[in-house]
Design a protein around this ligand. Structure first.
Ligand code: IPM
Ligand code: MG
Length: 368
């Protein structure tokens, strides 16, 4: 059988820096575990704009549709702030999500024991935290029409549309319930049914899917503002959080800080099964391009490496090897390995991006 294929789109800012460490990890699994991938690389975001004048070339889009999984670094940066909206780096990422139809965005927020002290919340509130946010990723206000800025009565008006069909809500709800069954068997769905019709529909459809096929899973509903509050008040009450595209964007950044650093959070974006049975998939760290630390070897590669662990688990059916990689990361953190984002100003010298990669590779070596 041919090796599974990976397309690496490292993108902008710290994207290429953290992705370099992922490439070494991929190499390790080839050398030591006989898990080989056919890896190709291409441009996305500002890097693609610089080369082609668009944030995602059509050829790159076509490649992304063909491979078994895409690994993405980060897009964007101040250099591109004044570009026309249609060619901004983020448009490249949104095009990938939309055209690959990656409707289920899995964002796990896990607090590693070694980092519980580092969260901005009290240790006992976050220690042992393990929640999974399932964010709808291909619809809602990110993509709804009409949209734009136009003139009305001599005044500019900005418009975006929050729009969800039943089918869109149903498929992401199923993804959340299926995942919950493999975890704590609880789903909390978040919307704003008190002020939005799309929220009323969301709540109705989630309830219908639950009654029809997932009555064994515990389901609750919260308004998203209350959900945000509960997430910082008592995050361990949650198992799977199901929410829409915009609320999911906000709630997942909030959840990230429970774990100590945005540099720790991976994500998987999954679509429908392809002909080979694997889901359409893209894996990316939740953090952005971090222009403030770009080029300084300071970036934490763990979120990107954990995203590759999610690829092993969700695309390649290599749960045991994903566990091995996650355990290696847990081990180096327990041993005190820290990049700058995981340290206070008085805590000594942080590891560089590559040094963090080194210690993770050493922990992997020790695991076989
Ligand atoms: C995310 C990011 C993206 C989003 C940006 C970069 C377009 O914030 O993945 O959370 O808003 O979805
Ligand atoms: Mg975001």
């Amino acid at each position: 059988m041919a090796n599974p294929s990976l397309l690496i789109l490292a993108g902008d800012g710290i994207g290429p820096e953290v992705m370099n460490e992922v490439k070494r990890i991929i190499g390790w699994f080839g050398d030591k575990r006989d898990l080989n991938f056919d890896v190709s690389e291409d441009l996305v975001g500002g890097a693609a704009y610089d080369a082609h004048g668009v944030p995602l070339h059509d050829d790159t889009m076509a490649k992304a549709q063909e491979v078994d999984a895409v690994l993405l670094g980060a897009v964007g940066g101040p250099k591109y702030d004044n570009l026309d909206f249609s060619v901004k780096p983020e448009r490249g990422l949104l095009r990938l999500r939309k055209e690959m139809d990656l409707f289920a965005n899995l964002r796990p927020a896990q607090c590693f024991d070694a980092l519980a002290d580092f969260s901005s919340l009290k240790k006992d509130i976050v220690a042992g935290l393990d929640i999974m946010i399932v964010r709808e990723l291909t619809s809602g206000v990110y993509f709804g029409e009409p949209r734009g800025i136009h003139m009305e009565d001599n005044m500019r008006v900005g418009i975006n549309t929050q729009r969800y069909t039943e089918a869109e809500i149903e498929r992401v709800a199923r993804a959340a319930f299926d995942l919950a069954r493999k975890r704590g068997n609880k789903v909390c769905s978040m919307e704003k049914a008190n002020v939005m019709e799309s929220g009323i529909l969301w709540r109705d459809v989630v309830t219908e899917v639950h009654q029809a096929d997932y009555a064994d899973v515990e389901l609750s509903h919260l308004y998203a503002d209350n959900g945000a509050m509960q997430l910082v008040r008592a995050p361990k009450q949650f198992d799977v959080i199901l929410t829409d595209n915009l609320f999911g964007d906000i709630l997942s950044d909030c959840a990230a800080m429970l774990t100590g650093s945005l540099g720790m959070l991976p994500s998987a974006s999954l679509g429908l099964p392809m002909a080979n049975g694997r889901p359409k998939a893209m894996y990316e760290p939740v953090h952005g391009s971090a222009p403030d630390i770009t080029g300084q070897a300071k970036a934490n590669p763990i979120a990107c490496i954990l995203s590759f662990a999610m690829a092993l688990r969700y695309s390649f059916d290599q749960g045991a090897e994903a566990d091995r990689l996650e355990a290696a990361i847990e081990k180096v953190l327990a041993d005190g390995a820290r990049t700058a984002d995981l340290m206070g100003p008085e805590d000594g010298t942080p590891l560089s991006t590559t040094q963090m990669g080194d210690v993770i590779l050493a922990a992997l070596d020790a695991s076989v």
